[in-house]
Design a protein around this ligand. Sequence first.
Ligand code: ADP
Ligand code: MG
Length: 689
Amino acid sequence: MYTLQAPIKELTSVGRSTAKLLQKLGIENVLDLISYFPFRYQDYSQVVKIKDLFPNLEVTVKGKIILIDTRRSFKKRMSITEALLDDGTGSIKVVWFNQPYLAKSLKIGDDVFIAGRVEFDKLGLQFVSPAYEKINGQEIINTAKIVPVYSLTGRLTQKQVRFLINMALKSVKLIPEWLPEQIIKNNSLTPLAEALKKIHFPEDFADLEKARYRLKFNELFLIQLQSHLLKKYLASARAPFLKFREKEIRQFVSNLPFELTNDQKKTAWQILLDLEKHQPMNRLLEGDVGSGKTAVASLAILDTVLNGYQAVLMAPTEILAKQHFKSLSNFFSGFNFKMALLTGSEQLLKSGAETQAKKNVSEDIEKGGINLIIGTHALIQDKVKYKNLGLVIIDEQHRFGVEQRKKIKEKNKSKETPHFLSMTATPIPRSLALILYGDLDLSIIKEMPKGRKKIITKLVEEKNRDKAYDFIREEIKKGRQVFVVCPLIDPSDKLGVKSVKEEFKKLEQDIFPEFKTGFLHGKLKSSEKEKTMAEFKANKIKILVSTSVIEVGIDMPNATIMMIEGAERFGLAQLHQFRGRVGRGEYQSYCFLFTKNGSAKTRERLNALVKSADGFALAEYDLKFRGPGEVYGRRQSGLPDLKIASLNDLDLINLAQKEAFNFLANCVLDNFPLLKAKLEENKIIGHLE
Ligand code: ADP
Ligand code: MG
């Protein structure tokens, strides 16, 4: 038996190249192997007699090899291994392609399990490339059971990974049960070690469900505990008292080029009241794309600066950071304070009306000579130090991670904890937000600024696709630009779903050879993404094909068409956000939805988008029919990063929340060293103390 920390290199049968591939999957040691959960299962648990087989059954057969031979087919350039399997009730043909080593490992007379789908052709029933496993006293893990299927990379095989995980599971007893006994008992949860075993190798589906339930609970309980602990911690931390500078702020508001909406005023007021407390603000500002969150943030920034403290605004990308720097420079043009832009590639200093490139901006920041610092997350990763942080704002994220808070605290030379504000365009209804973000106060902007042009949204029939392309061509000739969103990166043969690579090729070569087309997806390096985005922003690229990665909040006033392929595969909230990437300038904008799935239900759902421009209403509409996991998309930034649980497990989220609350109300964490260690390992506590 190995220790949990034993590096994979030391395991029997793991060579250097296998170790490399495992590392690519994030697997470094035995514990990582145990924690690498299957993404689906293959049910081979039915073991059937050969005489009872019929086409399309997915089963396991147990028998003896009575013939086996491999030949090369030069025409088809492959090797074919054929065997005959007999179990006393009958015999069946088995064929494998390109696995010549099979004839060496399987011999006449061997007893084996064969598992797969029974196929039928003119020669009768047969198995084509089935799973097989010799019956030789070794544990059976690839056939005759519910078999785990893992996501793999390179030349790794399911068999190999199953073997390793099965071996690693011998050490599962070493993993301590860290969940308090009372909670396990009250909810009849499966013990941890058993759940970990069964998530890989369940006896039956009921077993699997129990294992999943337990492991989901783990994840959700820790998240809820984190929320509660953060709340407790913030209640005891000390933040700077930032007096509401009413006169100057009123003046500033009246000088803005527009009148604030009522919701902007209301949310700004909630924030300004928070800043006047000694307890750090921990607030989430939610507002649809274009609802003017930056303007609200600017009031909080101004208040902070007027009180003599520094404010920081962090954006997820350099482009967004630059955009904020520009618009805030305009907002604050009448004020005499210093602003810096600090990204990996640029350092700018604005002082009065003048903006210039400046080396070593960070020295000025440390000395307190700069009032507002705008940049990417590098602002908390780099070596920058702050003199006296009063307010930290993070754009397009739902919350500050625990690690982020810790880093910020280390960087702030004054002893106080700054106020925190996160901003997001994801329309999460209050009810759901309360469950997910128990530690956060919520401010919601529902109202859009007056006079916005409505984006014309259309569900386009496949037969009208060419018309849509003609329309797009005319728009581009007028100088406009186009987004095309596809559900996948690579072509997928099974689904017929559009992919970025395919669509890019088609548009660039066949449909719009006269225009420059670019593409973006999550597998590109961030420097490549930024480059493409910059070219799009400069109107060099006219058509940008991408997955859902194009950042929210990007201001492209010149882009007027959002074309979405495979629209049925996205949640309404997500589609609405794609749509929000156009319609940001003076021109009439359009959103074209394409779908292959013509079902009435799908059309009705997409029609909701045609009719409504209200992100919250759309999210709530969708939530009635589909779980939040689908509504917001799998990997929406800022939503909790869940490995096994999903946002759809609302009952379980509620339960975890209740248990976390009860636990903290009735127990002392110090009396639960294993749970405490778990929280520390997840970096949830540690710095809080
Ligand atoms: P988001 O909430 O998506 O971050 P922004 O803050 O980027 O939105 O605002 C979008 C645009 O709307 C900006 O150009 C901003 O100047 C403008 N804007 C903000 N508030 C108002 C308002 N009350 N009336 C008119 N325009 C506004
Ligand atoms: Mg924004």
